[in-house]
Design a binder for this molecule. Structure first.
Ligand SMILES: [Ca+2]
Ligand SMILES: [Ca+2]
Length: 118
């Protein structure tokens, strides 16, 4: 039962990360309309407040509209938790790709004073 899972203290970082995803979603989804889905406005708020650095310079309505349209798989104008988790999955994959690229290309870049590991 979700209730018993959520009432337990997370025992690992991964469990707390999962709880954070759920809590963050509901923090915004409960603001207007359906409590369990994100409206366009709620999604925008979540993206700007929680993922501002990922959106980078594209903090405009067009970018939010694009994300909304990409995420709203069933075209009901709302992003439900399943649709939201797909975005988080895609972003995490992108972060992992970046991490792997950085790891394999381990030599310090020119002009950057990267700390040397022994
Ligand atoms: Ca809502
Ligand atoms: Ca939807």
């Amino acid at each position: 039962m979700p209730d018993t899972i959520m009432s337990k203290e997370p025992s690992s970082n991964l469990e707390s990360a999962m709880q954070m995803l759920i809590k963050t979603f509901h923090k915004y989804s409960g603001k207007e309309g359906d409590k369990y889905t994100l409206s366009r406005g709620e999604l925008k708020e979540l993206l700007l407040e929680e993922l501002g650095s990922y959106l980078g310079s594209s903090k405009d309505n067009e970018a939010v509209e694009k994300v909304m349209n990409d995420l709203d798989a069933n075209n009901d104008g709302e992003v439900d938790f399943t649709e939201f988790i797909i975005l988080m999955g895609a972003l995490t994959v992108a972060c992992n790709d970046f991490f792997l690229e950085y790891k394999t290309d381990d030599k310090p870049k020119e002009g950057e004073s990267a700390e040397k590991k022994d």
